[in-house]
Design a protein around this ligand. Structure first.
Ligand SMILES: Nc1ncnc2c1ncn2[C@@H]1O[C@H](COP(=O)(O)OP(=O)(O)O)[C@@H](O)[C@H]1O
Ligand SMILES: Cc1ncc(COP(=O)(O)O)c(N)n1
Length: 366
């Protein structure tokens, strides 16, 4: 019996918040032994990416082979792959080893705007890598690129998930971190996940009172009885904010919720944070949809959230969890890490998240 073994095939972030650094910290926190095949070295801090030094495809292959032929891999994730040649070479080795616990984070553009994947490499990702993916975790702009369609509404997101699944990925998780850009960026946040109007729902149900722990919502008949909290504008079952079966609003109810919303608003770094209080990740397994909702933390410290989320999925898969459980744990892990980020208070730009926060919460029995 060996320890759970997790491999990241991704870029290095000198700033330590994203890339392989985030991945290995996350693996460690979740009890998996972390290994890496580095695709590129980035010169990076919280202010942005100052340079990208890609490895050759052969060097990436050698790293994968060194790890695979000796130590072994129970699950892997891919992150920044930079170009089509690296994607094709890495995909071929994943297939040759027969690894099936494969999480693809289709990293394209850093939060600061730097290109981490050449535009022409998107086709290679669709052709070589997505068919190997047990789970693919695009953010909204990445899902738009993979699905070849704009995403403005939750229904758009569902359609994009269907298209990405048709490319061969078994489970598609379209993350909602960027849905908030609706106010400035053209995505209709009011229609995505019931984000607009969610403040009222949070106040009603004490959504923050559980520190934003994930609330999985199944899109089936059972959810009708699950005590849904509706946002003011949502009129279909899938657009509301919901409590899972058996979960009740926490004690304190409306008052706790109001206090929570006020606390969220108190973040000076983002004074208009109140416009969007909920973040929804959409999960599609080829058959049905599930929405994982969390409290949207008003913060600029989201550097490496996608890396951390996908690494957490891989760590849980390495330990034998099924996809559903792995994704839910990853959502809780990233929520805790973002909540804990102010404690780090690092850098002058988009700061990293606190990779140890989830473990601390668990230790405290929360
Ligand atoms: N402000 C936030 N508050 C809570 N969770 C967030 C926030 N921003 C992102 N997340 C979560 O972090 C994960 C990564 O999301 P996202 O930021 O969309 O991906 P990426 O880092 O790839 O752009 C998702 O699970 C998302 O729900
Ligand atoms: C090496 C590397 N990999 C991935 C990201 C994406 O992270 P983010 O989207 O949070 O900037 C990054 N900035 N650097």
């Amino acid at each position: 019996m060996t320890a759970p073994r997790a491999l990241t095939i991704a870029g290095s972030d000198s700033g330590g918040g994203a890339g392989i650094q985030a991945d290995i910290k996350t693996f460690q926190e979740l009890g998996a032994f972390g290994m890496s095949a580095i695709t590129a070295v980035t010169v990076q801090n919280t202010l942005g990416v100052g340079g990208v030094y890609p490895m050759t495809p052969a060097a990436v292959v050698e790293q994968i082979d060194a790890v695979g032929s000796d130590i072994g891999v129970d699950a892997l994730k891919t992150g920044m792959l930079f170009d089509a040649a690296i994607i094709e070479a890495a995909s071929a080795r994943i297939a040759a080893f027969g690894w099936t616990n494969v999480v693809v984070d289709p990293v394209m553009i850093a939060k600061g705007g730097a290109e981490l994947l050449r535009a022409e490499a998107v086709e290679a990702m669709k052709r070589y890598l997505l068919p190997l993916a047990l789970v693919v975790t695009p953010n909204i702009p990445e899902a738009e690129a993979l699905a070849g369609m704009p995403i403005r509404t939750m229904e758009d997101r569902r359609e994009a998930a269907r298209r990405i699944a048709a490319l061969g990925a078994k489970t598609v998780v379209i993350k909602g971190g960027h849905a908030e850009e609706g106010a400035e960026g053209g995505i209709d946040s009011g229609a995505i996940g019931g984000v607009s109007g969610a403040e009222a729902a949070a106040a009603e149900g004490g959504a923050e009172a559980d520190h934003g722990r994930t609330r999985p919502v199944e899109s089936d008949a059972a959810e009708a009885e699950a005590g849904r909290i509706r946002s003011a504008e949502s009129d279909t079952a899938e657009e509301g904010i919901a409590m899972p079966s058996g979960e009740r609003p926490l004690e304190g109810g409306a008052e706790a919720g109001h206090a929570a919303v006020s606390a969220l608003r108190a973040d000076r770094a983002m004074p208009d944070a109140a416009r969007a209080q909920v973040v929804v990740d959409l999960v599609y397994d080829g058959h049905s949809f599930e929405e994982l909702t969390g409290v949207r933390i008003p913060t600029r410290h989201t550097h490496g959230t996608g890396c951390t989320f996908s690494a957490a999925i891989a760590a849980r898969l390495a330990a034998g969890a099924d996809v559903r459980e792995a994704v839910r744990t990853a959502r809780d892990f990233i929520q805790a890490a973002i909540e804990g980020a102010p404690e780090l208070n690092l850098g002058g730009g988009h700061g990293p998240t606190a990779h140890w926060a989830y473990r601390r919460l668990k230790r405290e029995g929360r």
